[in-house]
Structures are given as structure tokens and as C-alpha cells.
Ligand binder design. Structure first.
Ligand code: NAD
Length: 251
């Protein structure tokens, strides 16, 4: 397949999980891909495995995003696909939300995502596709996710407004809302293995399709939204969640 040949794609947080699978898919469909991440060794290892360019850039640091844009501009010129994927999950119950956790999670998932788009806009081609990686949590009241969910809901709100404002340039911007996907994001929360397993089982039982998503499931949707097949789609959101969002109360 070469639906994306000739296109330049940037995937933030492309060294792991959904970003890694999406970088692989975008490349397999013909795009030239740049991945980013925070950790130099991990970014370079993933870039080597994928056969793509790897650049270290912490999205919490706006000047690092600006350096990234400069480097991409110098090496690739303009960008056609921007997959704003980098994110973290830091669970905490209401009443125990620290200012540091709030700033960190919002700083990466919302502010980092917004300023990724803001700083890339000058080097996006007209007709480019921006895909924001959100979550079904944007619409749920799942315990311990108040700030995470708010960061994704805020991102979806930005997506809608940006879609209207970027339309004159034919730039499309959409959100992808995954349900639970098997990636390292959960083990990075600091939860014990036993807790993680219990969490995974409880989650799985609530998914009508009775499984976690795989990163490649999300990658296929990202590649579709990136392609000209999606040329009339902007300001939209796609749940990709095995049906968890319509989980019946009684079964
Ligand atoms: P992951 O931990 O495997 O990957 C996260 C990626 O983001 C990594 O490459 C990491 O380096 C990068 N990242 C984190 N903080 C960063 C920063 N400050 N600067 C640059 N890069 C940074 O997790 P994943 O599950 O693949 O997560 C990808 C996205 O998917 C996140 O936005 C997450 O919120 C979202 N998501 C995940 C799930 C899930 O169940 N896994 C569900 C819904 C949404």
C-alpha cells in the first residue's frame, strides 16, 4: 500500500505503544516518518527498529517543541501528517490530586498537545491532517482519572475549534478516543503487578468485545485519518474501544 507516499509524518511519543505502531503503519503506507520521545536511548532504538528518523523532544517544554520544528523543517521541509500522540496516565483519587500531578499531566496531555500543533502549523502543508490522541476517558467518570480525563476532554474541545479555524487551509484535525489498549502506559503508573492485573481483568470484562485493543488497531485508524480517503472528515472524534463506551448496564 502506498496511500501515503510522498507525505511527511511526525509522530510524537513514537518510541512506544500506539505511537510506535502508528509510525510503523504510516511508514508501511509510504510516508517518511519522524518519531519523537523524551528518552534519547529509547527514541534512537525505536527509530533504528522502524527505519525512521528519531528526534528527542519533551512536549512539556515549548522551546524543545520549537527546536523539533526547526529540525524537521531543515531535514524534511514541510509536514503533511501530525500525529499528536505523546501522553501519560497518572491516576489519583479526587481529594488527593497534587498540584504537581495536575501540572505534569495537563502539561503533557493538554498544553503539550496544543503547543505541538501551534508550533507545527507554520510548516504544515495546506491540506495536512492532524490527529490528536485522546481517550474515551474524556466522556467517562472512571475513578482516579479526573485530571487525565479532563486533559483529554480539553484536547477534544481544542480539536473542534481548531477544525473550524484551520479549514480555510484545508487542514483537517480530528481526535481518536481509544478504550483500553495494551501498551506500557499502565506499568508506568507505578501500580504493582497484582493491581495492574486486577485492573486489566476488570477493564476487559467491561469491554463488549472482551479484549484490550492492540496498538495496531489504533494505528490503522490513524493511517486512515491521515490519508486522502478521509478528506471530508474534520472536527470529528472516533471512539475505538471494543464498545466500552456503549457498555450496557445489564447484559
Ligand atoms: P506509552 O507509554 O506506550 O507511550 C507514550 C509515548 O508518549 C512514549 O513514546 C513516551 O515517550 C511519550 N511521552 C510521554 N511523555 C512525553 C513528553 N513529555 N514528551 C514527549 N514524549 C512523551 O503509552 P500509549 O498507551 O501508547 O499512549 C499513547 C497515547 O495514547 C497517550 O496520549 C495516551 O493518553 C493515549 N491513550 C492510551 C490508552 C491506552 O489504553 N493505552 C487509551 C486511551 C488513550
Amino acid at each position: 500500500m502506498s496511500k501515503l507516499s510522498g507525505k511527511v509524518a511526525v509522530v510524537t511519543g513514537g518510541n512506544s505503544g500506539i505511537g510506535y505502531a502508528s509510525a510503523k503503519e504510516l511508514k508501511s503506507q509510504g510516508a517518511s516518518v519522524i518519531i519523537t520521545g523524551r528518552d534519547s536511548d529509547k527514541v534512537q532504538l525505536a527509530a533504528k527498529e522502524l527505519g525512521v528518523k528519531g528526534i528527542v523532544a519533551d512536549v512539556k517544554n515549548i522551546s524543545a517543541i520549537e527546536d523539533l520544528v526547526e529540525q524537521v523543517k531543515n531535514d524534511f521541509g514541510k509536514v503533511d501528517i501530525l500525529f499528536v500522540n505523546a501522553g501519560i496516565f497518572q491516576p489519583a483519587p479526587v481529594g488527593q490530586i497534587s498540584e504537581e500531578m495536575f501540572d505534569h499531566q495537563m502539561g503533557i496531555n493538554f498544553k503539550g498537545a496544543v503547543f505541538t500543533t501551534e508550533r507545527f502549523l507554520p510548516i504544515l502543508n495546506d491540506g495536512a491532517s492532524i490527529i490528536n490522541l485522546s481517550s474515551v476517558n474524556a466522556y467517562t467518570g472512571m475513578p482516579n482519572t479526573a485530571v487525565y480525563a479532563a486533559s483529554k476532554a480539553a484536547l477534544n474541545s481544542y480539536t473542534r475549534t481548531a477544525a473550524t479555524e484551520l479549514a480555510p487551509r484545508q487542514i483537517r484535525i480530528n481526535s481518536v478516543n481509544p478504550g483500553p489498549v495494551s501498551t506500557p502506559i499502565f506499568s508506568k503508573t507505578g501500580m504493582e503487578e497484582e493491581q495492574l492485573n486486577a485492573f486489566a481483568e476488570a477493564m476487559k470484562s467491561r469491554v463488549p468485545l472482551k479484549r484490550f485493543g492492540q496498538p495496531v488497531d489504533i494505528a490503522k485508524l490513524v493511517a486512515f485519518l491521515a490519508s486522502d480517503d478521509a478528506s471530508f472528515i474534520t472536527g470529528s472524534e472516533y471512539n475505538i474501544d471494543g464498545g466500552i463506551n456503549i457498555n450496557p448496564l445489564l447484559s
